[in-house]
Design a protein around this ligand. Sequence first.
Ligand code: FAD
Length: 307
Amino acid sequence: MLRTALLLAARSDRCRAFVERAPLTRGVVTRFVAGATLEEALPVVRRLTTDRLVTLDHLGEDVTDADRAADTVDAYVRLLAALDLHGLTERAEVSVKLSALGQALPVDGQRIALDNARRVCAAADAVGTTVTLDMEDHTTTDSTLEILRELRADFPGTGAVLQAYLRRTEADCRDLAVPGSRVRLCKGAYDEPASVAYRDRGEVDRSYVRCLRVLMDGPGYPMVASHDPRMIRIAAHLAGAAGRDADSYEYQMLYGVRADAQAGLAARGHRVRVYVPYGGQWYGYFMRRLAERPANVAFLARALAGG
Ligand code: FAD
């Protein structure tokens, strides 16, 4: 119930205005968001990359006009130039939401998003790093995978995210378990209907393990995006059973979540990548983080109450 309400609020302009205006929200937001600007985020990236890898997300989603989508491309081009300038491209890549590149525009959205994503991939390629396409709600899955297919023809290192809560995902894992593919497997963060998604946590976890097995047994590069200690233990077991070296897959977690576990895995010789969001448009991302864990809501409520 609470999760559904928060995910609905994530798409409400009235809630956005209320939460964004509350004077103390910012202190809470900084737990999950590395800064309002690239300049604020870079020291975080430098600190994290001493023992971990990162993927940076310039926050924003659901753009409603082509100019805003072009602004997103410019922001990624600036980000990639900064990563290059600071010598970070070996340890940092970028994550992109296609809805921020125009995917949902009513006229030609798919083509505009593909053209924009191509520009981001070309900028990443030019400085020697890669792009991973985030996955949004289930109405965008086919379009996102189609754009991935087109991008991989020119930029084979482009990664995809698959969400274990979707009933289709085990089949998508099989399709993407090909040489050179990079698949970030997560549980899924949107409010999806039972017709397309598992709604029970146990069912989502079982799907996650089935998908993980397909990816670990395949020839691609699995990216295990979960904070769940059970999923992490199972991933290690499946990687061992598949005869994988520690550098043939990686663990991924979000900035501000289980930082101790991130450091612990890295200290034991695992590749660990932290998803680092930054930028002014933090609202939707922040609300999904609240929805994932009720304790986060209490944290925000205390801040909104001024305590
Ligand atoms: P859970 O069972 O939800 O959590 C396990 C434990 O992790 C919890 O008990 C808690 O201790 C901790 N935890 C989890 N979330 C939080 C939190 N927000 N705050 C504090 N503690 C927490 N989803 C998408 O739909 N599309 C994407 O493109 C996408 N990209 C992602 C990229 C990365 C690198 C990661 C790590 C996640 C991404 N997600 C994405 C989110 C994902 O789908 C889940 O919603 C989220 O990771 C929580 O699931 P979990 O596997 O950590 O397991």
